[in-house]
Design a protein around this ligand. Structure first.
Ligand code: ZN
Length: 198
């Protein structure tokens, strides 16, 4: 039975297709949207469209940004010779929140996973290796401590070692399988400061 009519049902259906939104949440959101002032709904729709249109990968670090070069890479006071490798832009955001890291990042957009058929060519590794042709003192590998994150760290360190650039891995203490974005800032800082050379 279609209680709502076609358009309401379509809205609920599309919302529930988003990650983490079940049927009930989708219904709640749909009702909320319908009761919002029209201008606010237009604003929301426009923000979504514009973000999708303009957000892309930073030409240097591959993080998501609406500029050619992201604000971190274009900040002259950041140390370009220290590169922290993370799996996602959300992980980058977690480290940025600590306010204590002064280097730059490289965002892989994933991790190597033979189980899921994700190989080195499917993440932004080639771009990292290209960056290392410039002047780089240290690469800090901050992939997650999941199986995939560890495999990726191992793979990258093997790739970089022959170049003579220092490679380090953030200290364990970050809970196994834990997504970096859910870990508090103190733990992140401790993991960074306690990093070990590979
Ligand atoms: Zn960047």
């Amino acid at each position: 039975m279609d209680y709502y009519g076609n358009q309401m049902s379509r809205l609920i259906e599309q919302l529930s297709a988003l990650p983490g939104i079940g049927g009930k949440s989708a219904q709640r959101l749909a009702f909320h949207i319908i009761h919002m002032p029209k201008e606010r709904v237009e604003q929301l729709a426009q923000t979504i469209t514009e973000a999708r249109e303009n957000v892309r990968y930073c030409r240097e670090c591959c993080t998501l940004t609406d500029q050619e070069i992201c604000p971190i890479c274009s900040n002259p006071s950041r140390d370009k010779k220290t590169i922290m490798v993370v799996e996602s832009t959300r992980d980058l955001a977690a480290y940025e929140k600590t306010g204590k890291y002064e280097g730059v990042y490289h965002v892989l957009h994933g991790a190597i996973s033979p189980m899921l058929g994700i190989g080195p060519g499917d993440i932004r590794l080639k771009e990292l290796m290209q960056r290392l042709q410039g002047e780089v003192n240290e690469v800090i590998i901050a992939t997650n401590s999941s199986l995939e994150g560890e495999a990726t760290a191992m793979y990258i360190s093997r790739l970089i070692k022959p170049t003579g650039i220092k490679v380090s891995r953030i200290a364990s203490g970050v809970p196994v399988g834990g997504d970096l974005e859910y870990i508090d800032e103190v733990t992140l800082l401790r993991a960074l400061e306690g990093r070990v050379e590979l």
